[in-house]
Write a protein that binds this ligand. Structure first.
Ligand code: ADP
Ligand code: ZN
Ligand code: ZN
Length: 720
């Protein structure tokens, strides 16, 4: 037999797969196995993507693999990985890396194996020795006493009792304890719970109808489903029942959620309901923990995977259901190569494997509105109305807070309630300039301003991570008059504290996230009887705090001022999502939206909780402009250390793309990033397949050309 092996090397120029002859012990390796293969004078790690009877090469010219490694990727996932590579114009190695056991896909370093460790347990003779007071050393007795309670790993026992490995061995020789080598029991993953308690509940009529509609689709082919439910309509309960229904049919399920650290509630509810059957892919898991969870799924011990975008590659071979919670969330797009969109991958995987895809949101994307069959949850579970939203204009207002907002916050203070204040500014942070010579501190690698990190006395680049201390003297003119900009945020925090004192103010931004952990801040806010949670976009994610009575959005139209075709969609979602956090409890709630221009259409629709109206207008606008979902965008960025090659490469790609009849705009220069000059091309076409193929061929050709050797390429299909 012949194995077609795709080598796991990042080089775009190496075109696999390559044929190897299977013989002897390796005769029965299948698709999804990992092999060590000879390649020229090197050894490479590769994945078997196909097994055939014949090769185009004569058998005697084929080499044999050196070894097979532990990796058993379902065939359907091997195909999915290769599809991702093609669809997102990446390399097979990068696509396959997504579906391999975590930590094995880089092609360098050793793949992880299950860790073996020693486990000790007491024998009946050991128990008798303890009872009868047999003579032994104090450490030995301590070890036996500890083991009398429960078996322990040798390392834990050593930590607890101070006994060494040789003590254990001598006890073993005396027959008082047993030492076994055991694969480490996969560690359970702890998910912190915040927010409203959830027990088993009776579904409302709407929830039941939604659940029945999803259940009816299990195992039946058809378009994806969109669960369009207003905030607080109980979507999670519908997901839970649907997952249970899939499990009852003997199928597995995947639940995609935005970053778990930001929304631990959903994952927590699944763990609560399904216990050990759930594998939670948390971003803070170590490589080892991910690896263990991967195998728990592969062995069928875990049948449900809850996690962020990469969970779409969970190694099930009996998938019945994929849920995409908060499907509008931008975190479903991967930023590095391959720049896949987990929502698109989920759709593909569901179709290939006969699973149902359910995308849920209160603010669905125009894409989903067009492609999916819609199921509605039009009202909140508790029957409460969505909170009234007031739009206030900031023209003529000094300071960050409108008079109306100040009054509302004062009321929160008097009534000892809770409020959430959302500052619509990415990176809620500020920069530095010299008052004398107007110098602005920029990153030495990227043409962007360094951002001040409050409390740390440090400036950082958000692109490359470059850091430097805050200067007190301007290096250009020697002035000590260095100004901190964006003081509005500090002023805001002071004002808030004064306004609501003595109620506490909880801050949720990237600095706070690094320091205390988002979950901790959210839990503190949840547990506090009253107070204000203030922060950026993070505070608008799907948290469920029942007792928030006021929501405030500051600078709501800031996102509208970005030159981006998704500006309207983002603005609408942000305001509607924040509005959803307010008024979930008995006291009801209200929302105030501050904007420079409160008449903007996206804001008006959001204020009326009118997602359908917004989407209708937005889809028409997109259609007129040929934007997604009516057209498809591909962005190609070429970069190089010296100026020039990036531009030449981009121009060459443009010519090749155009030659295949697909329109391409550019190249346009981008700001420098990570010390590289960059040029961008944009391809926009109604024919997705054709555009992708044209770009793929063009990039492959230019990447392989010697005259463009100093350029690098990044392709982004469906940029966000
Ligand atoms: P959504 O995700 O749609 O915003 P959630 O799933 O967070 O809404 O549900 C909002 C709240 O309503 C949660 O506290 C949840 O436990 C509760 N809930 C959901 N379904 C029911 C029900 N049928 N009866 C009572 N409470 C429910
Ligand atoms: Zn200066
Ligand atoms: Zn930088």
């Amino acid at each position: 037999m012949i194995a077609k092996v795709e080598p796991l090397t990042p080089a775009r120029s190496l075109r696999g797969p390559f044929d190897y002859r299977l013989a002897g012990a390796l005769e029965d390796v299948g698709v999804g196995s990992m092999l060590v293969v000879p390649f020229g004078r090197r050894r490479l790690l590769g994945v078997v993507v196909d097994v055939t009877a014949e090769s185009e090469l004569p058998s005697e010219r084929l080499a044999e693999p050196i070894a097979a490694l532990e990796a058993d990727v379902p065939q359907s996932l091997v195909e999915l990985g290769l599809w991702v590579a093609r669809e997102y114009v990446s390399t097979p190695a990068r696509g396959l890396a997504l579906v391999l056991p975590p930590g094995t896909g880089t092609g360098v370093g050793r793949p992880l194996r299950p860790k073996r460790s020693l486990r000790a347990s007491i024998t009946p003779a050991g128990e008798a020795a303890l009872r009868e007071g047999t003579r032994m050393g104090a450490r030995q007795r301590g070890a036996l006493e500890a083991l009398a309670a429960a078996p322990l790993g040798a390392a834990a026992l050593a930590r607890r009792t101070g006994c060494t490995h040789s003590t254990l061995r001598s006890l073993e020789r005396r027959g008082l304890l047993r030492l076994e080598s055991a694969a480490d029991a996969p560690r359970r993953v702890v998910v912190e719970r915040v927010g409203a308690e959830s027990g088993a509940v009776r579904l409302t009529a709407d929830q039941r109808a939604a659940f029945e509609a999803i259940r009816a689709r299990l195992g039946v082919a058809g378009p994806p489903l969109l669960l369009h439910g207003v905030t607080g309509s109980g979507k999670t309960e519908v997901y839970l029942r649907s997952a249970a229904a899939a499990l009852e049919r003997g199928r597995s399920a995947i639940v995609l959620v935005p970053e778990i650290a930001l929304t631990p509630q959903t994952a927590g509810r699944f763990v609560e309901r399904f216990g050990e059957l759930v594998a939670v892919m948390h971003s803070r898991l170590s490589q080892r923990e991910r690896y263990n969870e991967w195998w728990r799924m592969r062995r069928g011990e875990a049948r449900l995977c809850v996690g962020p975008r990469s969970a779409v590659f969970a190694p099930f071979d009996d998938l019945g259901l994929i849920i995409v919670d908060e499907e509008h969330d931008g975190s479903y797009k991967q930023e590095g190569d391959p720049r896949y969109d987990a929502r698109t991958v989920a759709e593909r995987r569901a179709a290939d494997e006969g699973a149902v895809l359910v995308a849920g949101s209160a603010t669905p994307r125009p894409e989903s509105m067009l492609r999916c069959e819609r199921i509605s949850l039009p009202s909140r579970v508790d029957g409460r109305r969505l909170p009234p939203v007031e739009l206030v204009g900031m023209a003529g207002t000094a300071g960050p807070l409108h008079e109306e907002t100040r009054r509302a916050l004062d009321e929160v203070r008097r009534r000892e309630e809770k409020a959430i204040v959302l500052l619509n500014r990415r990176g809620w942070s500020n920069f530095l300039s010299c008052r004398s010579c107007a110098r602005v501190w920029e990153c030495p690698n990227c043409d962007v301003t360094l951002v001040l990190h409050r409390g740390l006395d440090e400036m950082a680049c958000h692109h490359c991570g470059h850091r430097e201390p805050v200067p007190y003297v301007c290096p250009d003119c020697g002035s000590v008059s260095v100004a901190r900009h964006g003081a509005g945020t500090e002023q805001l925090e002071r004002e808030l504290e004064e306004l609501v004192s003595p109620l506490p103010v909880f801050r949720l931004d990237s600095d706070a996230a690094a320091a205390a952990g988002v979950a901790t801040v959210l839990r503190r806010f949840d547990e506090a009887p009253a107070g204000v949670l203030v922060g950026t976009q993070m505070v608008a994610k799907g948290h469920d705090f029942p007792d928030v009575t006021l929501g405030v959005v500051l600078d709501a139209d800031a996102t509208l001022r970005f030159p981006d075709f998704r500006a309207e969609e983002r603005t609408f979602a942000l305001v509607a999502q924040l509005a959803g956090r307010s008024g979930r409890g008995e006291r009801g709630g209200r929302v105030i939206v501050q904007a420079l221009d409160p008449t903007a259409e996206a804001l008006r629709f959001a204020a009326q909780h009118d997602a359908e109206g917004f989407l209708e207008v937005e889809l028409r606008r997109r259609e007129a402009l040929g934007y997604p979902p009516h057209g498809h965008l591909i962005r190609v960025v070429c970069s190089s250390v010296e100026p020039g090659p990036e531009f030449d490469a981009a121009t060459a790609i443009r010519e090749l793309v155009r030659a295949s009849g697909v329109p391409a705009l550019g190249p346009a220069p981008l700001f420098r990033r990570q010390a590289r000059h960059r040029a961008q091309l944009v391809v926009r076409s109604p024919d997705r397949e054709r555009a992708i193929v044209a770009v793929r061929h063009a990039v492959e050709e230019v990447a392989a050309a010697r005259e463009h050797a100093s350029a690098s390429f990044a392709v982004d299909v469906d940029p966000q």
